[in-house]
Design a protein around this ligand. Structure first.
Ligand SMILES: Cc1cc2nc3c(=O)[nH]c(=O)nc-3n(C[C@H](O)[C@H](O)[C@H](O)COP(=O)(O)OP(=O)(O)OC[C@H]3O[C@@H](n4cnc5c(N)ncnc54)[C@H](O)[C@@H]3O)c2cc1C
Length: 417
């Protein structure tokens, strides 16, 4: 029986779409299987209250070298290169500027100490100052970056991202999710709501089984999250245990967002930022009236995101409302109303926010990115050596896996000739 496609791509997020674009540009045929009924995965823009809000990725990190910028411009998507709102504090908050500066300095010092820790225990919590007065703040920021507590962060991994980042953060006013979902090439065959259930090697490639039957191709590119890969939703060929182990060494952290609508007449300064509580590791970062819209976006990481995961959206709304009241005064309670809350950790087809290497496991990214038997190729944000946790890292990993798959197919053809 012949192969129906050159390559089957499993997963329709930024990595799967990046792989599809590369294969299409080289004239290779591809089938993309997506578990969900929409494209984009952790890139998801939703119309909330009439505004295109990003539930997952939002910022074009390292914008000056981010592949999605070129894709956006080629497709006529506007790119906002202005300063992100976190560069501009909301005026008039009863905030102690000195304390704010001291907390930020403590975070910078912690990052510096990570370099020493990376050469030793590699456990990022070992870089915390014993009983340091700003440890709660450091924990909260580390939670935004990694979604986990410093005890579960590899210092080497944390620094690899930091060192590669250019610090430019650009924005897509129509939504990052909108761009990603619109970027699948028309020549890719797409099957939504068709999860891969098992993958077997065949004499001349792979067979991927879904509830609609088996499809054969020369190779498969697996782009699912590390939570999915380490779980048992997809049966993989014997011998792939080291890849599952690598995925388990790169668990997904917790990061969630809560959106609140601001009622008429409420005096919030547009495109500004506020931080909840310097002394609470669960605290959220608030984007206030992004793009001038009457919305507040609360970003929760690590311990803060756990509130939503454990206790549900109502508890999350209560938590951020209380923080906003303590920042802006009690009158605020009557002008904000819940719009939406994300639940990335509870979604079986994703299972969290983004990958973070456990202490001493930073090499797991390279282990996960290796091909298996020149038939099965691995992509996804977690496989990028430095731009992990991002949508551009995911895209570029898909492109890398597509190149590997095409080279393997060419090699096989040459051997058969
Ligand atoms: C709250 C939050 C904020 C973020 N902010 C940013 C940001 O500002 N900037 C940034 O660059 N990044 C950000 N990220 C990270 C970014 O969204 C991800 O790194 C990136 O989108 C991951 O893409 P991926 O293709 O690797 O994985 P995914 O997007 O997870 O794609 C994998 C796909 O595989 C599918 N799948 C699962 N199981 C199966 C199966 N059995 N068969 C077929 N398909 C399957 C899933 O449904 C999913 O669509 C954020 C993420 C979150 C959650």
């Amino acid at each position: 029986m012949g192969n129906a496609f050159d390559v089957i791509i499993v997963g329709g997020g930024a990595a799967g779409i990046g792989a599809a674009r590369r294969l299409a540009s080289q004239g290779s045929s591809a089938l993309l299987l997506a578990a969900s009924s929409r494209l984009g995965g952790r890139a998801h823009t939703q119309d909330l209250g009439g505004y295109p809000l990003d539930l997952g990725c939002e910022w074009l990190h390292s914008g000056d070298r981010n592949t999605w910028v070129g894709i956006a411009e080629a497709s006529g998507f506007p790119v906002d290169r202005g300063e992100p709102p976190w560069a501009k504090a909301h005026p008039g908050i009863a905030e102690d500027e000195e304390a704010q500066e001291a907390a930020q300095r403590a975070y910078g010092d912690w990052e510096e100490r990570l370099r020493t820790v990376a050469a030793g225990s590699d456990r990022a919590s070992d870089a915390l100052e014993p009983s340091g007065p700003w440890n709660a703040y450091v924990r909260a920021i580390a939670g935004f970056m990694s979604g986990v507590a410093p005890e579960a962060i590899s210092a080497t991994d944390y620094l690899a991202y930091d060192d590669a980042s250019t610090g430019r953060n650009w924005h897509l006013p129509l939504g990052y999710g909108t761009l990603v979902a619109a970027s699948l090439p028309p020549s890719t065959t797409l099957r939504l709501a068709t999860p891969a259930e098992r993958i077997d090697l065949t004499a001349d490639g792979v067979a991927v089984t879904t509830r609609a039957g088996a499809v054969r191709a020369g190779a498969a590119i697996l782009t699912v999250s590390t939570a999915v890969l380490a779980g048992d939703a997809i049966r993989l060929p014997a011998g792939t245990e080291p890849w599952r182990d690598a995925a388990a060494d790169l668990p997904l952290g917790r990061n969630e967002k809560i959106f609140l609508e601001i009622g008429r007449g409420a005096a919030f300064e547009p495109d500004t930022h506020a931080y909840g509580n310097l002394h609470d590791p669960r605290s959220a970062a608030y984007s206030i009236r992004p793009n001038g819209w009457p919305v507040i976006e609360a970003f929760l990481g690590g311990e803060g995101a756990r509130i939503l995961e454990k206790d549900g959206p109502a508890a999350g709304f209560d938590f951020v409302s209380a923080e906003l009241v303590s920042l802006f005064g009690s009158a605020v309670a009557s002008v904000i109303r819940p719009l939406a809350a994300t639940s990335w950790s509870r979604m079986a087809s994703i299972g969290g926010a983004y990958s973070c290497a456990l202490p001493n496991k930073s090499k797991a990214r390279a282990r996960l990115a290796r091909p298996f038997e020149d038939r099965l190729f691995f992509a996804g944000e977690a496989t990028h050596p430095s731009d992990f946790t991002t949508a551009h890292g995911a895209h570029d990993s898909g492109r890398r896996a597509a190149d590997e798959a095409m080279a393997a197919l060419r090699h096989r053809q040459e051997e058969a000739a």
